[in-house]
Design a protein around this ligand. Structure first.
Ligand SMILES: Cc1ncc(COP(=O)(O)O)c(C=O)c1O
Length: 445
């Protein structure tokens, strides 16, 4: 007999059969904060990023209450890289946040929005000398990442002929995997201790702060308690052994948003800790481990948790087809060029109205001529018309800043204020936005 190689076929249990579709639900959204999604795309085009001021305030005030009700001396610092649209940064500054930046570009952006150097936390693993010098001159809060930066600052201090107040960035084991160990000085192997020693030896540096950003989308609050305990331990060492006064500790960002991580079965409503859980873990660990007369100021650099759920992307069905495996494939006008986070998260997909008919397994592809341009690879949807508008959320964190000028222009971004007025935050791009800065050598003209 001829050998036939065994084949395993994936059985798609959610495929519609003669009994119809096992999944009947449809999520419908025809407005955001009372403004129709059809009106929005008619006026500003599709795709369209939409931000809700109401949601931003709601998230901010909830977080502020959670921390301030437990610990008065807390200061929020807006993480620019999470979303550095001018209006979004300004909104957080007006709510009371200072700025947290990780590059000279973000530093300049914060300064251009009127933030003084002293109200800028300068993080990041790469701080070229000239940028470090400006930050030192403007008395910003410099968080040292490595020994090279430390000696650069020592030199800058001697050039400026004055002491520079600095903080160091610490990485540590907090019980989570993978451990973020590439930023700052390690706690367990004594590197953080050596950094404190080095600062003590320096003529021009004075240690005033300790920082740790343990990871992002943290689904457990306990690691924050451990990180705080370790920072408080170092604070005690820096003060008792070296005579520094540590004015503040900074627990970075990382609080999760209500986003659905790929491969995680439970809904975010069940697995994402509340901001009270995070606040409880951090503030309890400060109180429990404080051995100094004065409690430190607490800084937080929360990004994702505050902005993710305030951001939506409207995208329109341009075409559909039936794939050989039976799936319905939709060609949308937004794809991975605008949704960098689609690699890790499944978005909530809402339809602009209720559609008749059974759900069937469908794929949402973007507009790029690239096989990887998939927003949802298996989603139950009824038969949608050409022109259907889908609202994807939450997309407010990291997508806007990491969206690409690849194959297509980037779309407009708008903000709906608390009175339902719509404001343009960024215009849709045109050819000159993409070619700006390009030069055509004379001989090719
Ligand atoms: C140093 C630092 N602070 C704050 C953040 C913001 O993190 P998240 O958006 O998870 O709150 C980041 C992001 O990676 C970061 O690297």
């Amino acid at each position: 007999m001829k050998y036939e190689k065994p084949v395993i076929n994936k059985v798609n249990f959610s495929m519609a059969s003669k009994y119809g579709s096992p999944i009947k639900t449809q999520k419908v959204r025809n407005e955001i904060d009372g403004v129709s999604v059809h009106e929005l795309t008619k006026k500003y085009g599709s795709p369209l990023f939409v931000f809700s001021e109401k949601k931003i305030e709601e998230k901010y005030h909830t977080m502020e209450n959670a921390f301030k009700s437990r610990y008065q001396n807390v200061q929020f610092s807006w993480s620019y890289k999470t979303n550095y649209l001018n209006a979004i940064c300004k909104k957080f500054h007006k709510l009371g946040s200072i700025a947290e930046v990780v590059s000279e570009f973000e530093y300049q952006k914060a300064r251009s929005l009127g933030i003084e150097g002293k109200d800028i936390i300068f993080n990041g693993p790469y701080k070229p000398y000239k940028d470090l010098k400006i930050a030192a001159e403007e008395k910003s809060k410099i968080h040292i990442d490595n020994f090279f930066e430390l000696s650069d600052l020592e030199k800058i201090g001697s050039e400026l002929k004055r002491t520079i107040n600095v903080a160091i960035r610490i990485n540590m084991f907090t019980g989570i995997y993978p451990q973020w160990s590439r930023f700052g000085f390690n706690y367990e192997n004594g590197e953080a201790y050596r950094a404190i020693e080095k600062i003590k030896e320096s003529k021009y540096l004075n240690l005033i702060g300790l920082h740790s950003h343990i990871g992002t989308f943290m689904l457990d609050a306990k690691p924050y308690g451990i990180a705080t305990e370790k920072l408080m331990d170092l604070k005690f060492i820096a003060e008792s052994e070296f005579g520094f006064t540590i004015e503040y500790i900074d627990l970075g960002g990382g609080f999760a948003s209500k986003s659905q991580l790929k491969g995680v079965y439970h809904s975010p409503d069940i697995i994402v800790p509340t901001v009270d859980d995070y606040a409880e873990a951090i503030t309890n660990a400060i109180y429990d481990n404080n051995k100094s007369e004065k409690l430190p100021k607490l800084y937080l650099e929360t990004g994702r948790h505050l902005i993710d759920e305030a951001g939506y992307l409207l995208t329109t069905v341009n075409a559909y087809k039936r794939f050989p495996n039976g799936f319905k494939g939709y060609v949308m006008d937004a794809g991975v060029n605008l949704l960098y986070t689609s690699t890790w998260y499944n978005f909530t997909v809402e339809l602009d109205k209720h559609y008749e008919g059974d759900n069937e397994p469908s794929v949402l592809n973007g507009p790029l001529c690239m096989n990887i341009d998939v927003i949802e690879e298996n989603i139950q949807l009824p038969a949608l018309d050409r022109g259907t508008i889908l609202t994807l959320s939450p997309v407010g964190a990291y997508n806007n800043t990491q969206s690409m000028q690849f194959i297509r222009y980037r779309p407009a971004t708008v903000l709906i204020d608390k009175n339902r007025n719509v404001h343009i935050l960024k215009k849709a791009e045109k050819l000159e936005n993409v070619t700006n800065g390009e030069e055509l050598p004379e001989y090719l003209k």
